[in-house]
Write a protein of this length. Sequence first.
Length: 256
Amino acid sequence: MKKITMILFVSIFISVCFGTTVHLRKGGTIEGEVISKDDEKFVIKTADGEKTLKWRQLKNKSIEEIYPELYEALKAKAIEKKNKKKEKAATQENSKKEINFSRIRLKVATTEKGGTFKKQDSNKSSKMYQKESYGIISISLSGLDPKKKYTVKTVYSHYFKKIAKEQSVPFKNELNIVKEKEITGEERCEFDIESAKYLAFRQKLKQGWTFSDGGGKRQTWGSKPAGWDVSVWLNGTLVYEKKKGEDPIYYKNISH
């Protein structure tokens, strides 16, 4: 009978002291019986005596097991805090993007950079030369706020046409090419955008030969520029647009 009583006592003691396993954030566990709790702390009875712990010392799964109502409240509070943080970040980002366009001066110019004809090959009847050229878009911005970050997006189309009808040299327009540049910590910025290279060829005939297009001793063919479409966007806002053969348009009262 005494043996049975002792077994029951030990069983009851274990169930009281080790009925709950608490997982700590810093690692390790505590086993015992929770005897009281409120919204800030709880008291657990262990084999070594009573211990008072703050909820922040516990891992989430232990808080949920011991005090489900508090866990749900803390979870909702954490979600609300996270959403407010996102809203604050979005507000700050929008603030960075807000621009007083009238304080900014924009200049856009297009030019063509022509090379010189270089000898390629020759034969008994003629000599062949090649010239490599490319277009340039020059962009100048001033009046920028050094505390803001700017993204300049340029979209352009570069048009070409053939030189000389007699020759069937292929040429290709560059259509809707997008280039982007980041600007940070500057009041003024100037940069160039180069188009793809295009070629012109020249053939010089040796004496005794002529062309059907006029009897000359030299003919040039290939591609030559025929105009541009250019638009400039500042932090996602269209501020400049020019179509081939038309006058430029400035938006958002940007200075020019």
